[in-house]
Design a binder for this molecule. Structure first.
Ligand code: NAD
Length: 460
């Protein structure tokens, strides 16, 4: 069959791919998108969105446990985990349908199947209906990533599960060892703990959420400990073996038995069987190397999202998708500012950060001023009954340049954006303190932490 000709072929419809496809269509380019799962990719179907639904369930369960505090008498309640999973599937389904709608609205054809690059302009798609050949003036690869494991440990999605299994399993184990205390690890620790699973969180590095500011790790660990989440840090996993009742996890600091293991040690780019080797697309540490306009070493072939390297975050993929689309349309897009990508983790309390940690700023030779404001001093947080955490602002001592912001607490993942905007506008502490923040809001903690960095905090 003759090749179907379009301006742009997009391979993969996760947040990188679908945003790129829509932006291409907005710019008047004809687009066809290829997907071997459901539109929306891992984020919408198996990652960000279903986990946020589960975390919301965990929050509701937690509030029911606190009913007394709010003067609500309950004579027991039952939290149905299977229903939490089913609700999260419905949420994911609704969002995937949303992407399908956006494709129709933007006249983007969706070709189901697995796409392989056969030349710089040709993508061969193998689907249930046979093989389709697509030809584009440009190709955007957005194949994403998949959970990785540790050497010698197989993810069977029964005893050793990944986040893929965790969002599907309607059953929950009585006990669970989570290997890795990054974003996946702490989010699932929160969910399973709320539903009564005995959770042990193992982390090879000296602290949980090790990429975050040290004070964030320390206080999150205190909150988790209060909720009886076991944590073992500085513990490297050596093996996982099957036992009659589950698994035995051996670390350099002893063994732990549990019903299941959740592997949360990171994700690997999906770069195999995409046709990259044959075309000689240059790689860098198992990711595709891309230019500031997201073009690979092969002219006309672009790579965005997780397959194009860290940080492996949906919003970074979306931003790259826009850059690639605009570059293909002959615009002169502003490259992604990788130093200003917010990082958000949705355990309770939430974790959000942008820029440098205090330690990193100092390592970089900056003389810093630090302002901190605890949510215990925020009227809104006290009214909500959500006082764990703080906002911490790290700024250049001489100029007030905002170097980094670290938030642990209620709606941290929303509050962080005023600093993202501020940093884009090159705002200093002064601009933030002259911005009136509504009272009472959680965002006032951002204002107060900024005031604190200048020695002017009012409410502490
Ligand atoms: P991660 O890289 O964030 O964390 C993995 C953790 O596992 C690290 O802290 C690492 O030190 C630890 N680890 C590695 N080997 C170990 C061992 N042998 N024993 C014990 N611990 C070990 O990866 P993740 O949490 O699996 O998440 C995967 C990707 O998806 C990340 O890039 C993450 O940013 C992204 N993600 C983001 C969100 C979010 O933004 N809310 C949520 C989930 C995942």
């Amino acid at each position: 069959m003759a090749a179907q000709k379009v301006d742009v072929v997009v391979v993969g419809t996760g947040p990188g791919g679908y945003v790129a496809a829509i932006r291409c269509a907005q710019l008047g380019l004809s687009v066809v998108a290829v997907e071997d799962d459901r539109a929306g990719g891992v984020c919408l179907n198996w990652g960000c969105i279903p986990t946020k639904a589960l975390l919301r369930n965990a929050e509701v369960v937690h509030l029911f446990h606190r009913a007394d505090e709010f003067g609500i008498k309950l004579s027991g309640f039952e939290a149905d985990y299977a229903e939490a999973i089913r609700r999260s599937r419905r949420v994911a389904d609704r969002m995937a349908k949303g992407v399908e709608f956006l494709f129709r609205k933007n006249k983007i054809a969706l070709v189901p199947g697995r796409g392989v690059l056969r030349s710089a302009t040709t993508v061969e798609v193998t689907g249930t209906g046979g093989i389709t050949t697509l030809e584009g003036r440009a190709v955007i690869l957005a194949t994403g990533s998949e959970p990785r494991s540790l050497p010698g440990i197989e993810i069977d999605e029964k005893k050793v599960i990944s986040s893929n299994g965790a969002v599907r399993n309607e059953g929950k184990p009585a006990s669970l060892v989570i290997i890795g205390a990054g974003a996946v690890g702490v989010e699932f620790a929160d969910v399973y703990n709320a539903y009564g699973t005995a959770v042990t969180l193992l982390e090879a590095l000296p602290r949980i959420v090790p990429v975050e500011d040290e004070e964030v790790s320390a206080q999150l660990a205190r909150v988790f400990a209060r909720r009886k989440i076991e944590m073992k840090t500085g513990a490297k996993v050596q093996s996982v073996t099957s036992t009659p009742s589950g698994v035995r996890v051996t670390t350099d600091a002893g063994t732990i038995d549990a019903e299941q293991v959740l592997m949360a040690v990171g994700r690997a780019a999906r770069v195999k069987n995409v046709g990259l080797e044959a075309l000689g697309v240059k790689m860098e540490r198992n990711f595709v190397k891309a230019s500031p306009t997201m073009e690979t070493s092969v002219k006309g072939v672009y790579a965005i999202g997780d397959m194009a390297g860290a940080p492996l975050l949906a919003h970074k993929a979306m931003a790259e998708g826009v850059v690639a689309a605009e570059a293909i349309a002959g615009k002169n897009p502003r490259p992604v500012d990788y130093a200003n990508v917010p990082s958000c983790t949705y355990c309770r309390p939430q974790v959000a950060s942008i820029g440098l940690s205090e330690a990193k700023a100092k390592e970089n030779g900056r003389a810093v001023t630090v302002g901190k404001f605890p949510f215990t001093a925020s009227g809104k947080a006290v009214a909500l009954g959500e006082t764990d955490g703080f906002v911490k602002v790290v700024a250049d001592k001489a100029t007030g340049e905002i170097l980094g912001v670290h938030i642990l607490g209620p709606e941290a993942t929303e509050i962080i954006h005023e600093f993202a905007v501020g940093r884009t506008l090159e705002a200093t502490l002064e601009e933030i303190i002259h911005t009136i923040h509504a009272h009472p809001t959680l965002s006032e903690a951002a204002l107060e932490a900024t005031l604190a960095a200048l020695g002017q905090a009012i409410h502490i």
